[in-house]
Design a protein around this ligand. Structure first.
Ligand code: NAD
Length: 367
C-alpha cells in the first residue's frame, strides 16, 4: 500500500480558521482525483492554543508538525492576545515551528494575474507579466548573529548586531535557489552588498562555487540597493532572487506589493529533511503571507486564494506533484478570469463572493 502523505493542518486564529479549510478541501479533491493518499491531522496554534493550553505552540501540535511530511498553516494572532508577554505571544508559535522544523529557506513568489493588474500601484506596462520568486535565507544572518544587544559605555549606549554567514549556511540556501530555478525559467539573481560587507563577499563567492553544480542555470549578482531600485523599475527582469535574511525580509515585501493584493500571496518555508516520498523534496511549512485579519474574521469575507496557492506550493516543493500544483494555479486563474472576487480584490465589473464560495468555485475547476 502507498504510504500516506501526512499533512499537519494548523489553522490558527481569526481568518486562519476560514481559509485553511478551503485549502484542505482543494487538496482532498486533488487527492481523490489523482489517487494521492493525503492524510490530514489538525492541531491548534497561536491565540487559540494559548487559551486552551497556556502556550502558543503546544507539544501535541509541535509533534504533529514534526511527524508530518508538510505543514499547512493559516495565521496566528489577534487583539485579544496583544498584551501578553513576548515569550508567549501567538507569533511565537511561528518562530517555534521554524526553529524546530529547521526551516532555513523562505520562498515567496510574486505573480501578477493579468486580470488583477489594476490592483497594483505601479503602471501596467511595468508590472504586466511579473512572475518572480524571492528565496530568503531564514535562520542566519544579522537577525541571529552574535554578539548582539545594547551595551552601556559611560554616558553612551551602544547597539550591536552581527552579520554572520558560514559556508554551509550559504551553500544550502544557494542549492534551494538553483533547484527552484530548475522548476522555473532557470535564472538566479543573487543579491548581496559585497562592495561593503565581507560576510556578503563570502556569500557571493560561495553562491558562485555552488553554481558550478548547476550548469543549466544562469547566475547573476546584484547589489541590494540596485535590486530595490530594479524591482520597482523593471521587475520583469527577475526569475529567482536569492538573498540573506535581512535583505530578503525587505525585498520580499517590496516584491509582494508589486502585485498589490495581500490575500493572494502564498509562501513556503523549507527545511532540510527530505520528504519520504521524494528524496529531492524538502519538508516545508506553507502559509499565506498575510495575518489573521481580525477586522474581517468570522464574516466569510476573507480571501482564501493565498492559502489555496500555498497548498499548491506544498504539492510542488514537498511532494514533487508539479502537475497537480499547476492545476491549482490554473483553477485560481480561471475563477479570477470568470470575474469572481472576494471583497479585498473586488473591482468594477467583478462579482463579489465570500470565502466559502471562492473555495467552492476553485474546486469546481478541479473536478
Ligand atoms: P493582516 O495581514 O492580518 O491584515 C492586514 C489587512 O489586510 C487587514 O485589513 C485585513 O483585513 C486584510 N487582509 C489580510 N489577509 C486578508 C485576506 N486573506 N483576505 C482579505 N483581506 C485580508 O495584518 P495585521 O492586521 O497587521 O495583523 C493582524 C494579526 O495578525 C496580528 O495579531 C498580527 O500579529 C498577526 N499576523 C500574523 C501573521 C502570521 O500568522 N503569519 C502575519 C502577519 C500578522
Amino acid at each position: 500500500m502507498t504510504k500516506a502523505m501526512k499533512i499537519a493542518v494548523l489553522p490558527g486564529d481569526g481568518i486562519g480558521k476560514e481559509i485553511t479549510p478551503q485549502a484542505v478541501a482543494v487538496l482532498e479533491v486533488l487527492g481523490e482525483r489523482f489517487n494521492h493518499p493525503f492524510e490530514f491531522d489538525h492541531g491548534i496554534v497561536g491565540g487559540e492554543a494559548i487559551d486552551q493550553t497556556g502556550v502558543p505552540l503546544p507539544e501535541d501540535s509541535l509533534r504533529l508538525a514534526l511527524e508530518a511530511d508538510a505543514v499547512l498553516l493559516g495565521a496566528v494572532g489577534g487583539p485579544k492576545w496583544e498584551g501578553l508577554d513576548y515569550a508567549i505571544r501567538p507569533e511565537r508559535a511561528l518562530l517555534g515551528l521554524r526553529e524546530e522544523l529547521g526551516l532555513f529557506a523562505n520562498l515567496r513568489p510574486a505573480i501578477l494575474y493579468p486580470m488583477m493588474t489594476d490592483a497594483s500601484t505601479l503602471k501596467r506596462e511595468v508590472i504586466e507579466g511579473i512572475d518572480l520568486m524571492v528565496v530568503r535565507e531564514l535562520t542566519g544572518g544579522i537577525y541571529f548573529g552574535q554578539p548582539r544587544g545594547v551595551e552601556k559605555i559611560g554616558d553612551e549606549e551602544k547597539g550591536i548586531n552581527t552579520l554572520v554567514y558560514t559556508t554551509s549556511e550559504i551553500k544550502r540556501i544557494a542549492r534551494v535557489a538553483f533547484e527552484v530555478a530548475q522548476k522555473r525559467r532557470k535564472r538566479v539573481m543573487s543579491i548581496d552588498k559585497a562592495n561593503v560587507l565581507e560576510a556578503t563577499e563570502l556569500w557571493r563567492k560561495v553562491v558562485t562555487e555552488v553554481h558550478t553544480d548547476y550548469p543549466d542555470i544562469e547566475l547573476s549578482h546584484m547589489y541590494v540597493d540596485n535590486c530595490a531600485m530594479q524591482l520597482i523599475r523593471n521587475p520583469k527582469q527577475f526569475d529567482v532572487i536569492v538573498t540573506t535574511n535581512m535583505f530578503g525580509d525587505i525585498l520580499s515585501d517590496a516584491a509582494a506589493m508589486l502585485t498589490g493584493s495581500i490575500g493572494m500571496l502564498p509562501s513556503a518555508s523549507l527545511g532540510q529533511s527530505a520528504s519520504a516520498h521524494r528524496p529531492s523534496c524538502l519538508k516545508g511549512m506553507y502559509e499565506p503571507i498575510h495575518g489573521s485579519a481580525p477586522d474581517i474574521a468570522g464574516q466569510d469575507k476573507a480571501n482564501p486564494l493565498a492559502t489555496i496557492l500555498s497548498a499548491g506550493m506544498m504539492l510542488k516543493y514537498s511532494f514533487g506533484l508539479e502537475k497537480e500544483a499547476a492545476l491549482i494555479e490554473k483553477a485560481v486563474f480561471s475563477v479570477l478570469e470568470a470575474g469572481y472576487r472576494t471583497p479585498d480584490i473586488a473591482a468594477e465589473g467583478t462579482r463579489v463572493i465570500g470565502t466559502r464560495e471562492m473555495g467552492r468555485r476553485v474546486i469546481e475547476q478541479l473536478k
